[in-house]
Write a protein that binds this ligand. Sequence first.
Ligand SMILES: Nc1ncnc2c1ncn2[C@@H]1O[C@H](COP(=O)(O)OP(=O)(O)OP(=O)(O)O)[C@@H](O)[C@H]1O
Ligand SMILES: [Mn+2]
Length: 269
Amino acid sequence: MATLRDSLGDLVADVDGLFLFSPSAPHYERFDDVDVTQVVIAAENGVDADAFVELPLGFENVRDRIKFGIEGAMEQGFVAEGDTVACSLAMFGDDADTVVRIRVDESVRSGVYDLFIDSRAEPGVVRDVFEVAIDLGKKGQKGKPVGALFVVGDAGKVMNKSRPLSYNPFEKSHVHVGDPIVNVMLKEFSRLDGAFVVSDAGKIVSAYRYLEPSAEGVDIPKGLGARHMAGGAITRDTNAIAIVLSESDGMVRAFKRGDLILEIDPEEY
Ligand SMILES: Nc1ncnc2c1ncn2[C@@H]1O[C@H](COP(=O)(O)OP(=O)(O)OP(=O)(O)O)[C@@H](O)[C@H]1O
Ligand SMILES: [Mn+2]
């Protein structure tokens, strides 16, 4: 009679790679002499792995996390299309409690890795803007839900394709989107109309910008309105990405080249 170990062993039988998501050192050492490519995907390479993919965001959604890891491993040549990999990750506890078997193919490519790593803005800036948008999504302004639109990268071109809705409070200051003060400021602003324009290096160039991209041919999900349309369209007309917090449904969405790339729920963070 087959044991449970035999039956579940099929999950990892003849895989080409083992992906360890944020492994502890003891968990990592358990696989010291496994005979397949090991890739560590984590916020930092604490276990000093040879094959490492940096996770810029926590990705509470496991599907997004796995897709990001596989996309990053493909980009770096650790695995190739057609490979099958086993992913070990923590879903409920602090250490690995889940194994996922997945085949590496184009369907895994969600564009999330590309959004963070191959955009004009630095990966850390993209991460900082996500964190500001997620924080705003969780807390709102004075407890009320609020929407916001951040256009990140290629600021010169974005400014040329937009106009001021009112005076720009960032005109004479050098505020980086990762500065803690930003979260406080955004909560104090009377309203977050228009778009925030952020430079490649993360400087907030302007607030209250009215974006005027040409919108024909930009296809955004039904039910999303002008803020999302402007966010999608500006990323088609420039090399910027757009991160949009919806006042209506509280979701944070990212657009690049006119396409919706990522949708996350701040409540999961
Ligand atoms: N072209 C634009 N450029 C900059 N900001 C815009 C633009 N169009 C709309 N907005 C901003 O989006 C806000 C909300 O507009 P609207 O409700 O139509 O968008 P939405 O996509 O439905 O967003 P939400 O899901 O937050 O309601 C507007 O008050 C305005 O501040
Ligand atoms: Mn709306």
